[in-house]
Design a protein around this ligand. Structure first.
Ligand SMILES: Cc1cc2nc3c(=O)[nH]c(=O)nc-3n(C[C@H](O)[C@H](O)[C@H](O)COP(=O)(O)OP(=O)(O)OC[C@H]3O[C@@H](n4cnc5c(N)ncnc54)[C@H](O)[C@@H]3O)c2cc1C
Ligand code: SF4
Ligand code: SF4
Length: 1019
């Protein structure tokens, strides 16, 4: 039995007092000093891990005012506050050992869109893609781009002065900030916009923080103008953080926003921003060039700028290969064909053109491509290219490029690519020479790395692979960082070209030189006691205030090395999460992490869950627990002998006894096991896998809820229940029994078992079970046209007609259909952590399927989630050989020509596919299969963008999850299902999805195979 974890790092008394007074002073947001929330927010995407004292989630500007004002009172002068948005910083920007002020959870509203004057007003927690989705109907967009646009907030972008692809055209975030509403540490809410000299003088007269700030900033600018001019490099990515060079704008107005932008939360809280927005260019195109060498692509990129593109990005073969092994490649692979005899691609250049005049754009592309044709194959030139037209297709390539930074963090083994010198910038003309030396530096330490860059802006992204758990390797952080600083200085560039400074602020004095003390004066005016994100950007001129040091802040590696290697291996699916935050995707129409979207609680995300497991493993190992052995004991130990202990522990839990195990358990129970993380996380973090392991260990200490046994046992009981479905169906439909089930068993809304049995339906159609005898009796001729349907409990017993319809469809297509005898698949057991029972079910099933496979007849499954289990959970632990069971569309697409004749007789219709999350993410290519199958029948099928339906097996039927399940459904499904324009058009592949639509919207969606059958019958 695993032990209780009673001792965790306790929040300091000062902060507990601060929190208490905060409540008394009327702070309306949530306040979380709980250990789980602190652990989850102790990392960003950097190498660092710093445990905060607590987290607060302000709801309104007033909350920020209350918070700031209290922090300035003498009693709380030692309290430090760090604002946090999406937490996607790569250098510890939002990490603190004080209090985190998470502005993203509640302050995320778009307040005003003025399309005519082209501006918007937003709260600091709005996500960049959220804003652009709202602007799209107006034909407008917020231009500064960044790879984390689906999770980074406007507050974070302003505070890091974010920019990315296209920056030469569109500039940085600061260039689009019109006004800011900031809360200063004395509690003043200040609206800053460019000021004329008269107004500036009036403000300078004020006897408060606002007056002080304006006086100091103006004085620094006036007195050090020449030095500022000399120190700030004339780069597209000029120095961020207290941007003195732009204190006076082009019209000579004083603009405090130039100091606030890039301040990394060290000066004020940004509550709201008024931003400039631009018309979306009407036309866009990309020319994708392939090279035999990365250096060639870099050198060529500089020359290609002469062809007038909007932007140029270079990607190396390492990154390209990572993309090729990711789900993202399916959407772009057509644009990177590798013809026979061509050299292997070692680098690519993505040359972008945008504009409002299509002819002009076409002419530019024609000029470039005719040049490319003329030099193709010459030394140093590209050997091929493709042209992509239109925003939809272009965005697919940019989607791949955006994911590349995350993918850079992926790799095999213990040495993982990490960010610490990942965003240097040098003048573009120096880039190729600079990169050459940069590579020599990395090579001299035998470091592996992948690279890509915004070559037009001279920015290079690189993440060297280092095992931070290794104390010797950890020291390379200092060696490489110092080396890169020297190189960037040599080439007149910066170490922080894009992602901000964070812990790397250590190098600020080296770059700012004599100007650095002036920055300190400014910091002191805003934050005299060094309470706002201390140690970043700059310190006030007071005793004891120091910048953080790149090798003196606690790292994740130092935490992780406390976990024994065997435990790390057992839970490897959690260990490599690098915190890039791709799982915080805001888009309700994207499959990634429904539990995060519905709760907006970061512990209910893949990153949250991985962080908690890592801490759980660490705390267990500090107690000397061998977690792998505990897992084994839980799997094979006696149920009865541990029962008294589990009853006692569960009783104590009810009495409120603290145990960190329960905090981890709560986060795990919110997971739907939808597996979107497995495919969409760039690092392939697999929450259902480690969740299953955790639950197994957890329930060695605590009693399992009754529903777990019901869900886990359902597949085994169902064949018996289905013999006499009436009593079961009566029970599930009876009001009193429903209440008992909801209250005492924890299950609700269970669907009825079908009264028409599959066996009867098969008999009626003369369909046989795929037993060894029946298979051996099939003639070789018939074998060629045979197929075996592998049953699953859900469709066979709760949607029998669907299985019969599939049989009819395949029969009518000319196939001899057999049905595999029913065996529990075991997926529900895996989900709930019944590992021993799952292994037994998987072994039995694998044995049966292997026997059937010897017939050489293909096997297909109807339900995507259950079918994918054969290629995922069954083989994940390496003990079983994979047996090929195809998704029905993967198999049917190979025989689609058989449908063509019927198709010719049908009139065309439009259909929309609502695919199951697991299939969309883990078998993305099979979505195109459905399209092709429908096309063969002369029909059009579109993939409807939706997130998760909220059901995920039995999750939605569990009483405790009903509300979340419904919320998830309402995020994207409800609107699509209830849109009158979609009537009769929608098809859904997942049993769970169809059953969710039925119970929440009382509509019966068809499986695509049922539509195909109806069409075939018609034809
Ligand atoms: C894979 C990956 C790719 C990236 N690509 C890019 C890129 O292309 N371009 C780019 O510029 N950056 C990039 N970054 C870095 C990061 O995404 C940006 O710095 C982003 O702007 C941070 O936004 P955030 O909301 O996550 O802010 P956080 O990381 O939460 O915070 C960033 C800083 O802003 C402060 N802050 C946040 N909100 C507020 C507020 N309301 N008031 C005051 N201070 C606040 C925080 O204290 C912190 O110092 C990338 C990061 C990753 C992990
Ligand atoms: S779980 Fe994956 S997507 Fe989420 S932060 Fe970790 S590595 Fe990134
Ligand atoms: S399985 Fe689904 S719900 Fe669970 S963490 Fe992964 S994405 Fe989120």
């Amino acid at each position: 039995m695993i032990p209780r974890i009673a001792e965790v790092h306790i929040t300091e008394q000062l902060y507990l007092d601060f929190i208490e007074v905060l409540k008394i002073n009327g702070f309306k947001g949530e306040i979380n000093p709980d250990y789980a929330s602190r652990v989850v927010l102790s990392t960003d995407n950097s190498i660092y891990q710093v445990l905060p004292q607590g987290v607060v989630f302000p709801r309104t500007v007033d909350d920020l005012v209350v918070l700031a004002r209290l922090a300035e009172t003498p009693r709380f002068k030692e309290v430090v506050l760090s604002a946090r948005g999406g937490g996607t910083g790569t250098n510890g920007q939002s990490l603190t050992d004080g209090l985190i002020v998470d502005i993203s959870r509640h302050m995320n509203q778009i307040l005003e869109i003025n399309a005519e004057e082209r501006w918007v007003r937003v709260q600091g927690g709005v996500v960049k893609d959220q804003l652009n989705a709202a602007l799209k109907p107006y034909g407008l967009f917020f231009a500064p781009e960044l790879s984390t646009s689906n999770r980074a907030t406007i507050g974070g972008m302003i505070n890091t002065d974010a920019s990315g692809q296209g920056s030469c055209m569109y500039g940085k975030t600061r260039d689009h900030v019109l006004e800011l509403s900031s809360v200063f540490l004395d509690g003043t809410l200040w609206h800053s916009a460019p000021l004329d000299d008269v107004t500036l003088e009036q403000i300078k007269q004020r006897d408060d923080r606002v007056g002080e700030v304006h006086r100091v900033v103006d004085q620094v600018f006036t007195e050090h103008r020449e030095l500022i001019d000399a120190k700030f490099p004339k780069l597209n990515r000029c120095l961020t953080g207290y941007d003195l060079a732009h204190i006076r704008d082009e019209q000579g107005r004083f603009n405090l926003n130039s100091v606030l932008c890039g301040a990394e939360g060290s000066l004020a809280f940004i509550a709201e921003a008024k931003l400039n927005v631009l018309p979306i260019p009407k036309y866009s195109a990309l020319v994708n060039l392939k090279y035999a060498g990365f250096q060639d692509s870099l050198e060529d990129a500089a020359k290609l700028m002469a062809w007038g593109p909007t932007s140029i990005e270079t990607v190396d073969s390492k990154v390209l290969n990572l993309a090729m092994n990711d789900i993202v490649w399916d959407s772009v692979k057509a644009y990177f064909p590798q013809a026979e005899g061509e050299p292997t691609i070692q680098g690519i250049n993505l040359v972008e053109y945008t504009g409002d005049d299509e002819d002009e754009l076409q002419q530019k592309i024609a000029k470039l491509t005719s040049y490319l044709d003329s030099v193709s194959g010459e030394p140093g030139q590209s050997f091929g290219y493709s042209v992509v037209m239109g925003a939809a297709e272009v965005n697919k390539i940019w989607g791949m490029r955006k994911k590349s930074v995350g993918l850079l963090g992926n790799g095999k083994g213990e040495q993982r690519p990490i960010p610490f010198v990942e965003d240097t910038a040098v003048p573009p003309e120096n880039l190729a020479a600079y990169i050459k030396e940069f590579r020599e530096l990395l090579d001299s330490h035998n470091l592996a790395y992948g690279m890509f860059g915004h070559v037009d802006a001279g920015v290079l992204h690189v993440r060297p692979a280092i095992d931070m758990k290794d104390e010797v390797e950890e020291k390379l952080i200092r060696v490489i960082s110092d080396g890169v600083v020297a190189l960037t200085q040599k080439y007149h560039g910066l170490i922080w070209g894009e992602h901000g400074k964070g812990v790397r602020s250590e190098y600020a004095p080296a770059f700012f030189g004599e100007l650095y003390p002036q920055l300190q004066v400014i910091k002191g005016a805003f934050d005299p006691a060094n309470q706002l994100n201390p140690g970043k950007i700059c310190t006030p001129l007071i005793d004891g205030a120091e910048l953080l040091k790149i090798d003196a802040v606690p790292t994740r590696g130092q935490h992780d090395r406390q976990i024994p290697a065997v435990a790390r291996e057992e839970y490897k699916q959690a260990m490599f999460c690098n915190g890039n935050g791709a799982c915080y995707n805001y888009d309700p129409k994207d499959a990634m992490c429904p539990s995060w979207k519905a709760t907006r609680e970061r512990k209910h995300s893949p990153k949250g869950r991985s962080s908690l497991i890592r801490e759980w493993l660490r705390l267990m190992s500090l107690q000397g627990v061998d977690i792998v052995a505990e897992g084994r004991k839980a799997r094979y130990g006696s149920f009865m002998s541990s029962l008294p202990g589990r009853i006692k522990n569960s009783w104590k839990k009810k009495q409120g006894e603290y145990d960190f195990n329960n905090e981890v358990h709560e986060a795990m129970m919110g997971c739907l096991a939808c597996k979107s993380c497995v495919a969409q996380c760039p690092i392939k973090v697999n929450v259902p896998d480690f969740r299953s392991r955790f639950l197994e260990a957890y329930y060695s200490r605590y009693l399992r809820p009754m529903k777990d046994y019901m869900v886990g046992g359902l597949e085994f009981m169902i064949p018996y229940l289905a013999r006499f479905p009436a009593p079961y169906n009566w029970m599930m439909n009876n009001t009193l029994m429903k209440a008992v089930f909801r209250r005492w068993v924890g299950m609700m809304d269970s669907p009825p078992i079908c009264t028409n049995s599959l066996k009867q339906g098969m008999d009626k159609r003369g369909v046989l079970f795929a037993t060894p005898d029946n298979l051996s009796a099939i003639t070789p001729d018939l074998r060629e046209r045979s197929v075996i349907i592998v049953q699953d409990a859900f469709t066979s017993y709760f949607e029998t007609q669907l299985v019969l319809d599939v049989i009819d469809l395949l029969n009518r297509t000319g196939f001899n259909v057999l049905v595999a005898p029913f065996k529990p698949n075991g997926k529900p057991l895996h989900v709930h952590g019944f590992k021993a029972a799952f292994n037994k079910a998987a072994d039995a099933n694998t044995h049966m399927l292997q026997t059937l496979a010897t017939s050489g007849i293909p096997m297909v499954g109807v339900d995507p989630s259950m079918t994918l289990t054969y290629r995922q959970e069954y083989v994940d632990d390496g003990t079983r050989q994979q047996v090929k069971v195809e998704l029905i569309q993967e198999w049917l697409v190979k025989h689609r020509d058989l449908l063509a004749e019927t198709g010719a007789r049908l009139s065309p219709h439009e259909f929309k596919l609502l695919a199951h999350c697991s299939e969309k993410t883990s078998a993305a290519a099979s979505m195109a299969d459905w399209k092709q199958i429908f096309q063969a029948l002369g029909q059009s099928l579109e993939l409807q963008a939706t997130g998760c339906c909220g059901m995920a097996g039995t999750y939605g039927h569990e009483s405790e999850h009903y509300d979340t399940s419904r919320k998830i459904y309402e995020l994207s499904w409800s609107e699509v299902v209830n849109d009158p324009a979609n009537a009769g058009k929608l098809v859904a592949t997942g049993y769970s999805c169809r059953s969710q639509v039925k119970r929440l919207d009382n509509q019966q969606l068809r499986h695509p195979a049922q539509v195909l059958l109806a069409l075939v019958k018609q034809g």
